[in-house]
Design a protein around this ligand. Structure first.
Ligand code: SF4
Length: 267
């Protein structure tokens, strides 16, 4: 049985709650790969503008913003970075920074003492090892203070166009709900999903999944009844209400009408 085409305005087909083959282990590997790619295509129609929501104009700014985004929202980071980037435009500037000044500028992002240490350490490491430039290699990036695999993939994917899967809290939750993997470790999730999705799609797929997690597939109450990928999701009606009206009320993003139309519902 094929799924409805992405972008259709006809009411999206729904399975009964719990009826998806993947919900009870009756899906082949090929079926899972096809479903993962179909989900990606539907998400591409749902979120044509998906992108990193951190503001930046060069690799250093993206690296700094991503380090600051730990344990806080992109919105909060975007509030502090204009002043920070103006005052510290280069790796050399971070290396020579006054710690108290950096802490004051980034304080609203939380954990500001540790993050200030990371930024100054980043500046020092970039000056000592990379001529003040942000490196492109994964192993060089993860060697920098405050930079883990997730941050490295964000920088590689968005500043340097190297495909990468960014496993954050939204990504982990969604791919597990979709039954694409049962792994819990971010590196294992990255590998498992990377085997399902075309490499050229990895960066955009990451953005789309994260956007879907923020707008529809919420951690506590997912808007299942208004979800454009409900047909392909084994957690439909389990992670949140299957009732379209109840579900629609859970979507509050500016692109709400577009998302509801994609799910075959009126705005
Ligand atoms: S909102 Fe519900 S149906 Fe949609 S992806 Fe999340 S769990 Fe599945």
């Amino acid at each position: 049985m094929s799924s409805p085409p992405a972008g259709s305005r006809t009411p999206a087909r729904r399975r009964a709650v719990g009826a998806h083959p993947a919900a009870h282990g009756a899906e082949t590997d090929l079926g899972r790969t096809r479903r993962a790619r179909r989900i990606n295509r539907t998400l591409a129609a749902a979120y044509p503008d998906a992108h990193a929501e951190l503001d930046y104009t060069n690799p250093l700014e993206l690296l700094v913003a991503t380090v600051l985004s730990a344990q806080t929202t992109d919105v909060r980071v975007n509030q502090v970075t204009p002043a920070l980037f103006k005052r510290y435009p280069t790796a050399a500037a971070y290396a020579a920074a006054d710690r108290a000044d950096v802490e004051r500028l980034i304080r609203p992002t939380g954990f500001y003492r540790a993050k200030a240490g990371h930024l100054i350490g980043l500046g020092e490491a970039l000056m000592a090892r990379h001529d003040g430039q942000v490196p492109e290699a994964l192993e060089d990036l993860v060697d920098l203070p405050g930079v883990g695999r997730k941050t490295a993939h964000v920088v590689r994917g968005n500043a340097f166009d190297h495909p990468g899967i960014t496993v954050d809290t939204h990504f982990s939750r969604l791919v597990r709900r979709w039954g694409l993997t049962e792994e819990k470790d971010p590196v294992k999730i990255e590998r498992a999903v990377g085997d399902l999705i075309e490499k050229s799609e990895w960066t955009m797929y990451s953005h789309r999944v994260i956007w879907h997690g923020r707008r529809i597939c919420h951690a506590r109450k997912a808007a299942c009844g208004a979800c454009p990928i409900a047909y392909d999701c084994p957690s439909y009606g389990v992670a949140g209400p299957a009732d379209p009206e109840d579900a629609a009320a859970l979507i509050t993003s500016p692109d709400r009408d577009h998302l509801l139309a994609l799910a075959g519902l009126d705005g």
